[in-house]
Design a protein around this ligand. Structure first.
Ligand SMILES: [Zn+2]
Length: 419
């Protein structure tokens, strides 16, 4: 096994998750928060809640922006984890586009083995399966059962080196391994990369999608900081990570998912070269200050200003007797609500689609009930606080088409009201 990485412990991290350097710049201390997808039942409102520190630091050696605390993944991705990727149409479309694009780009032969790590309900693999590939999902939560029921074979486990070996024994090497949106979530990155190296065929591709740190800076997306996101990737630390794992970063694309993400292609083996696109984006990162202390000092200041402005605005609406409800309950809303101190007196409920697994639950720490959006359409509150603001445009369009008249508050990067 080619792997220069070391295992990451659970709890407070005193060195960089990738290069183990200790020259860390403290970026922002958000506070002590509940994990973002741990919603509460009504009975749980009367229990003590566990919170964890949410602090961001930046490694001055390899450039990785990261949390300095790793929550035990079993706490974060518990069996009843309520997130289902097929649920929003935008996301479903993005995931299907991913498989089509992958097949075009890599010229995958029929019958190739495609493995998805953190496969959720199997939406990505569905696309590959429809194109004649053999597919296998790896997903630790109960959503794996849903995928299996839908005909996408899924192993209900965390992806580890051991699991990779078992899969390889049973199915042979993978032609393509994907990890959409879990690549920043896995704490034990050494074991993850070891498993990917083990399972991939020679010169085969590993493709991941993650939030892009440059987009977080550009659009002040401090609400995408939460315990699941252990690392916020830029090109330099990614190159380092792959090299230490026996892979080469060969290509990269910026994609709009989650308010700005990157799709990263890494090929097994060290005798490959990065594309022009990689070098171009690296230059943009460097010129944009993504590797400078000053940029992160500014980020902190802007986040703190935004917190004050949003909270003041919500208090002002409350003082004026205006009715305000939340719209949508994505993972990131937990950070926005907790960081900005938005509680049920300011936001009596959050409206979610009637298909959401979150209905009937309460936001952790802030205790705002999540309710079927039918109530909002019926009540037509004066304002709606858009918590999925990174998808504001299509969501507002759809809400208007369905008859919502409320003014809509888009909280970031600065407060905007849509009449
Ligand atoms: Zn580092």
């Amino acid at each position: 096994m080619h792997n220069n990485l070391k295992n990451l412990p659970v709890g407070h991290l005193t060195c960089c998750q990738i290069c183990r350097g200790i020259n860390l710049q403290p970026v922002i201390e958000m506070g002590f928060f509940s994990p973002c997808d741990s919603l509460l039942t009504k009975a749980m409102l009367h229990q003590a809640e566990v919170t964890y520190p949410l602090n961001v630091v930046r490694c001055r050696d390899c450039g990785l922006v990261q949390l300095d605390y790793a929550v035990n993944p079993k706490e974060l991705f518990y069996p009843e984890y309520p997130y289902r990727s097929g649920i929003t149409e935008t996301l479903r479309q993005n995931l299907h586009n991913l498989s089509t694009r992958m097949i075009e780009k890599t010229g995958l032969a029929k019958n190739s083995l495609v493995v998805d790590i953190g496969s959720n309900d199997g939406t990505i693999l569905e696309g590959f399966k429809n194109n004649g590939m053999r597919v296998l999902g790896v997903e630790p939560t109960n959503i794996a059962d849903m995928a299996n029921a839908n005909g996408i074979e899924t192993i209900k486990e965390f992806f580890t080196l051991d699991v990779a070996k078992q899969v390889k024994d049973k199915y042979g090497p993978a032609t393509l391994i994907a990890a959409a949106n879990v690549f920043a979530h896995v704490g034990d990155i050494a074991d993850l990369m070891g498993g990917i190296y083990e399972l991939l065929g020679d010169d085969c591709l590993f493709i991941s999608e993650s939030h892009y740190q440059l987009s977080i800076l550009e659009r002040l997306q401090y609400d995408s900081i939460y315990h699941e996101h252990l690392r916020f990737y830029l090109i330099k630390p990614l190159m380092r990570l792959f090299q230490d794992s026996g892979l080469t970063l060969v290509d990269i694309e910026r994609i709009p998912n989650y308010g700005g993400s990157i799709r990263v292609y890494a090929r097994k083996g060290l005798n490959h070269n990065p594309s022009e696109e990689v070098l171009k984006l690296l230059k943009i990162e460097e010129e944009g200050g993504a590797y400078q202390d000053k940029t992160y000092e500014e980020f902190k200041m802007k986040a703190e200003n935004s917190r004050r402005a949003l909270r003041s605005f919500m208090v002002k609406l409350n003082d004026e007797g205006k009715s305000v409800v939340g719209i949508g309950c994505p993972a990131r809303s937990a950070t926005l609500l907790q960081y900005c101190g938005i509680t049920p007196d300011l936001l009596p409920y959050i409206a979610e689609q009637s298909t959401s697994l979150k209905l009937g639950m309460f936001t952790a720490n802030t205790h705002i009930p999540v309710i079927d959006e039918a109530k909002m359409f019926q009540e037509q509150p004066e304002y709606g606080l858009m918590l999925s603001w990174h998808y504001a445009e299509p969501i507002i369009k759809s809400l208007r088409a369905r008859g919502l008249k409320s003014k809509i508050i888009v909280p970031l990067p600065e407060i905007k009201i849509f009449e």
